[in-house]
Design a protein around this ligand. Structure first.
Ligand code: AKG
Length: 224
């Protein structure tokens, strides 16, 4: 099932947005509804797994987004195999199909190193319709391999900023269900955030009636 759903790249699905900084790519319609539904079913398995969804706290402030991780557990500023800030359990592994999906995503945006991409963690975020994510850089990884980000469910306004600080200049774009976003090259450490989830915008058949799922694949650069 997963082999057929996420084969190695041949065709290049999706429509690219123009005008983004070098290394940033937005491809709308990367995942079809069948793939989205299938991923939503996996999401429910992960959240029923050894480590539940949890809202991390950053400097005493609880995030409105809840996250479940695969491969490595992320907490602010650190990764560990066990979810030390939740229940101490080891997180589920990154499945092979997810590595293939990451390669397929990078191939779709023309990354010449797509075939070597081996994400060892996935941060799977769930946004209630009122949740937001503040401007931040993804810099707890030791590797600068691209971050692959997939959206399912309600659309959001995604803010892509600069690499210097969390202020302007930034670009606001809408990420819809099935869209792919990639932060690579000079955009790998761009500040970014989610300013709004748009209730009632999930397409019929994506598998999620309310809220938004975002899956980010990353290479931690950590051993073992
Ligand atoms: O939800 C998104 O599209 C962005 C998620 C994000 O910024 C993160 O996980 O670091």
């Amino acid at each position: 099932m997963d082999d057929a759903l996420f084969p190695l790249p041949q065709d290049q699905p999706g429509t690219a947005s123009a005008g983004l900084p070098e290394g940033a790519h937005h491809l709308s319609g990367f995942l079809d509804l069948h793939q989205q539904r299938w991923l939503v079913a996996r999401f429910h398995e992960w959240t029923d797994g050894p480590v539940p969804l949890r809202a991390a706290s950053i400097r005493g402030h609880q995030m409105s987004v809840r996250t479940v991780c695969l491969g490595w557990h992320w907490r602010p500023y650190a990764y560990s195999r066990e979810a030390v800030d939740v229940n101490g359990n080891r997180v589920l592994p990154v499945p092979d199909w997810m590595v293939r999906l990451g390669r397929r995503a990078l191939a779709a945006v023309g990354d010449p190193d797509a075939g070597q991409y081996t994400p060892d963690t996935a941060l799977v975020n769930f946004y209630e319709d009122t949740a937001r994510m503040g401007m931040h850089q993804d810099k707890d990884e030791r590797s600068l391999a691209p971050v692959v980000s997939l959206s399912i469910g309600n659309s959001c306004t995604f803010r892509l900023g600069n690499t210097t600080n969390r202020n302007r200049p930034w670009t606001d774009l809408r990420l819809d269900s099935g869209d792919l976003f990639v932060f690579g090259g000079p955009a790998r450490l761009a500040y970014h955030g989610v300013t709004k989830v748009h209730p009632g915008t999930a397409p019929e058949g994506c598998g999620l009636a309310t809220g938004r799922i975002n899956i980010t694949l990353r290479v931690t650069g950590l051993d073992g």
